[in-house]
Write a protein that binds this ligand. Structure first.
Ligand code: NIG
Ligand code: FE
Length: 411
């Protein structure tokens, strides 16, 4: 099956990630372009006048729109049960995120809801969120556990992610966030909790069923300190999981440097990252993931994305969609926020949500780029140029969403 997509006003040929420096600021944009897809892969692209005559099994008219790679949301907690609008209101009235967590609410609230939900219920509650994300043009989503916090409930969550991966067109990338916070039954006994979560029985079950690729920890006050984070991630790494970390979100704990030390795929949040840590990130393979939706939702300082980019780092953006610190499901809305709050250009936003996001989930060899041999995850957008996307805040221009060469959504 060979497809020609023609009549493209702008094709943004995002190169394979990680992308830093000049290519981050100015990826190749081809005007009046065409792209050729065979089966599930991109086999060619360039100016329309240079396109071969065919034959093609199918021609798609992009209608003078813009074509970009399918978006990659590289940090989400999209599989959860229940909601927490009560805390949203309490924060508006003055309570802080950490106060609510330390008083037994926050993440622990969602833990109660998830433990009460069966596997099918959890899937049913999460699927509509993924359906909406697909509508916005998101074709790959990292999804974390972390609201179970017992071996059974964590594995239940990872199995839900596995099932959703099979049921939706979105490609899901599973992360074991067994160290999200200390559950109430282990209050004051974080060591014993970590013993349970890193027991060979748990980690071997995850490995045998192939339930996760990454392990993640919330390194923060009210969650795990640096030593505990190191211990959790090292044990997981010994069982084949690649480390990731929630670091410097509310305070500077040194989690990002731990990420570099452990060869983590990414260090995420970074609101309170310092200059020396930025220096440590340079030359490491660890991708800095910035989550401006969280700062918007909590009304707090965003991460210094501009500084990270100017330091030559391949910054990625993600939604962090979750019931507590950011309910935003739309990655294009995050791009608009990154543009206005973080001073990232629309092109930088796109690179951060494609090539660099793919690098943060170690998939930069096949998604997040427009390059020969890459997976044909493509969006046809009803806009004449890519700048229009972030500019037209909250408006969805996605007309066709293609995943692995198949049209999975048409609006
Ligand atoms: O990335 N910070 C820790 N985890 C999530 C929030 C989880 C929650 O509040 O439910 C985050 O912000
Ligand atoms: Fe998160």
């Amino acid at each position: 099956m060979k497809t020609l997509i023609d009549n493209i006003a702008q094709l943004v040929a995002v190169p394979p990630g990680p992308v830093a420096g000049r290519a981050f600021k100015a990826p190749l944009v081809i005007e009046n372009a065409a792209i050729i897809v065979e089966h599930d892969k991109i086999i060619g692209f360039g100016p329309s006048v240079d396109a071969p005559a065919g034959p093609f099994d199918r021609t798609i008219d992009a209608g003078g729109g813009t074509v970009v790679p399918g978006l990659v949301d590289c940090h989400t907690h999209v599989v959860f049960a229940g909601s927490r609008e009560d805390e949203f209101v309490r924060r508006i009235e003055g309570a802080s995120y950490i106060e609510i967590l330390e008083a037994g609410g926050g993440i622990k609230n969602s833990v109660r809801s998830l433990r009460d939900a069966g596997l099918d219920d959890l899937i049913q509650q999460s699927r509509p969120r993924l359906d909406r994300m697909l509508e916005w043009g998101v074709t790959t989503v990292e999804a974390k556990s972390g609201y179970g916090l017992t071996p059974e409930d964590e594995i239940k969550t990872l199995r839900a992610i596995r099932r959703l991966d099979g049921e939706t067109p979105i490609e899901l990338v599973p992360t074991f966030l067994g160290a999200h916070t200390i559950p109430p039954e282990f209050d004051g006994r974080p060591g014993e909790y970590l013993d349970a979560m890193t027991s060979p029985a748990v980690l071997e079950c995850i490995r045998e069923e192939g339930l996760a690729e990454f392990a993640d920890v919330f390194c923060e006050r009210g969650a795990f300190n640096l030593e505990q984070s190191r211990r959790f991630l090292t044990a997981c790494r010994d069982h084949g999981l690649t480390p990731k970390i929630h670091s410097e979100q509310i305070t500077n704990t040194g989690g990002t440097r731990l990420a570099v030390e452990l060869g983590a795929a990414s260090a995420d949040h970074l609101e309170f990252v310092d200059d020396e840590t930025i220096e440590a990130l340079r030359g490491s393979g660890t991708i800095p993931v910035v989550l401006p939706g969280c700062s918007f939702f909590l009304g707090s300082e965003p991460a210094p994305a501009r500084k990270l980019i100017e330091a030559g780092l391949p910054v990625a953006l993600a939604t962090d969609v979750n019931p507590g610190s950011c309910t935003i499901e739309s990655l294009p809305l995050i791009m608009s926020m990154a543009a206005t709050m973080l001073k990232m250009t629309p092109l930088e936003c796109l690179v951060a949500c494609t090539a660099n996001a793919a690098a943060a989930i170690r998939r930069a060899d096949r998604v997040g780029a427009i390059a020969e041999g890459y997976q044909a995850d493509l969006l046809i957008l009803d806009i004449p140029n890519v700048q229009r996307w972030a500019y037209q805040v909250g408006v969805n221009p996605a007309r066709i969403v293609m995943k692995r060469g198949r049209i999975v959504l048409e609006r």
